[in-house]
Structures are given as C-alpha cells and as structure tokens.
Design a protein around this ligand. Sequence first.
Ligand code: G
Ligand code: G
Ligand code: NA
Ligand code: MN
Length: 254
Amino acid sequence: TRVENGLQQALRNNEFELHYQPIVDLESREIVGVEALVRWRLSTGELIMPNEFIGEAARVGLTAQLGEWVLEEACSQLREWLDLGYDLTMSVNISPRHLRHVEFEQKVIDLLAQYDLPLGSLILELTEEVFVDSGVASFYSLNALRNLGVKIAIDDFGTGYSSMRYLKTLPIDRIKIDRCFVSEDNVEQLSDPMITQAIIFLCSGLHFDLVAEGIESEAQAKHLYQQGCRKGQGYWFSKPLMKQDINALLAKKE
Ligand code: G
Ligand code: G
Ligand code: NA
Ligand code: MN
C-alpha cells in the first residue's frame, strides 16, 4: 500500500505535519498548553491520521526517526510561541518503542538545550503500558529527564493496566483521564460520573496535575471542574488545529 511504500520517502520529503490541540484551564478557560498530534500530508493534500501509519512505522523500523521528527518540530514550534510571549506547555506523544531507543534520552536533552526550553514546558505523554513493559532502562531515562525539568504524563488513564502501585512509584507529573470516562452520546453528562470522580479524588490526593480528555460540552466541563479537575481538552474547546489556527486563537484571546 502507499503507507508501506511511502513512509521513508515521506520522512525525507518532510510530508509530516503537527496539529495542536489546546489544553485549557477549566476555571479561566485560558489555553495553558497544546498537545502535538502528527499527520501525514500527501501531495494530493489528503491528510492521513496517525492510526493509519504509526503501526506501519514500527513494522518498518522507522519509529525512532518519526518520533524524533515529531519531538524536534514540537520543540521548535514551542520556542516560536514562547518567543511570541505565550506561556504554553507542549505535550508530545511518545511511543514505547521510541522511549526504549538508545538515543531517546540524549535527543530530548539536546532539544531542550537547542531550543532553550524552560523547565516544565515540555511534557512527554506515555500510556500506562509503557510503565509495565519497558523495563528499568526506560524508567531511568524518564527519571533523568524529569530531573532536568521534563514533565511526564500518563495518557488515556484508566484504560490500560492501571495499578495503584505505579502511581506511587513511577516518575509521573500529570494524569490524563481517558475520554471514555468523559464523553459519550449524551454530552450533557459524564459517561461515568462515579469513576471520573474517583479518579479525580485519587489523583488530586496524590498531587498529580490532572487533565480531562474528550470534553464535548459545557456541562461536562463544569462537572469536571466542580469535582476538582483543573484542566481539560476536547472538541468543546477546540479540535486539533494547524499552527496558523492556533496563532489566531492565541491572538484572539489577548
Ligand atoms: O490525532 P488522533 O486522534 O488521530 O490520534 C490518534 C492516536 O494517535 C492517539 O492515540 C494519539 O496519541 C496518537 N498519536 C498522535 N500523534 C502522535 C505522535 O506524534 N506520536 C505517537 N507515538 N502517537 C501519536
Ligand atoms: O490517545 P490520545 O489522547 O493522544 O488521542 C488524541 C486523539 O483524541 C486525537 O486524535 C484527537 O483528535 C481526539 N480527540 C480530541 N478531543 C476529542 C473529543 O473531544 N472527542 C473525541 N471523540 N475525540 C477527541
Ligand atoms: Na495521546
Ligand atoms: Mn494524548
């Protein structure tokens, strides 16, 4: 298929782009950060979503190369927004395979220096599986990066092997509550208010920075805020946008 044939060439031709989804403070509704989401732009203009090529990138051994492109592009864009005076964080999804790559830690260190990024402005999003499967080497590199001011987030929390023990022992700063607990067809409610409430209670007790994903209505945003969740993300605030559209959004809020 075009996906199999094209990935190597797509990297060479710089056919990937990042879109950015705002993360907002649920009280002030200000944009406090963005999550970078990769897309592949074909020469026809058609956009291919990550679910269609991340797996294939792994099969053909391009995970680290694609991951490094994403990291560098995200850091460079963050520098641009910081220079414009916007105080934002940049969240980047890291695949387990990229995390295990021998050069991962050094690459992140180099990017922090190259773009002179402030402490705490870069957030690495990992899924729960990473902490279970990846072994001590990954654990040490996450710890080392965290000591340099990189923040670590657990993505899609509640859908993997969530063990309470990991919350106590792993280097974690932020928890992202999976959107399956937040949004459903009836967007006037949380899909599972008791579970959401329990996660918020647990995570705020442990002093994690909490973000609710998949907020699709004002009612959900209000419920989550009332239950103690300070940050949110979802179509209600904004879908993932190209950088020009983020620029427009940031400028409008001033
Ligand atoms: O943006 P979208 O909803 O299509 O994302 C689908 C999935 O792809 C999500 O689980 C998201 O975390 C993942 N994804 C998006 N961008 C990246 C990326 O740059 N790197 C990795 N490893 N995963 C990504
Ligand atoms: O797994 P991860 O959380 O990284 O997935 C991000 C994906 O979730 C992106 O592809 C994004 O388009 C999608 N997404 C973001 N906000 C919403 C939302 O409010 N509702 C739904 N259904 N999907 C969302
Ligand atoms: Na993610
Ligand atoms: Mn994410």
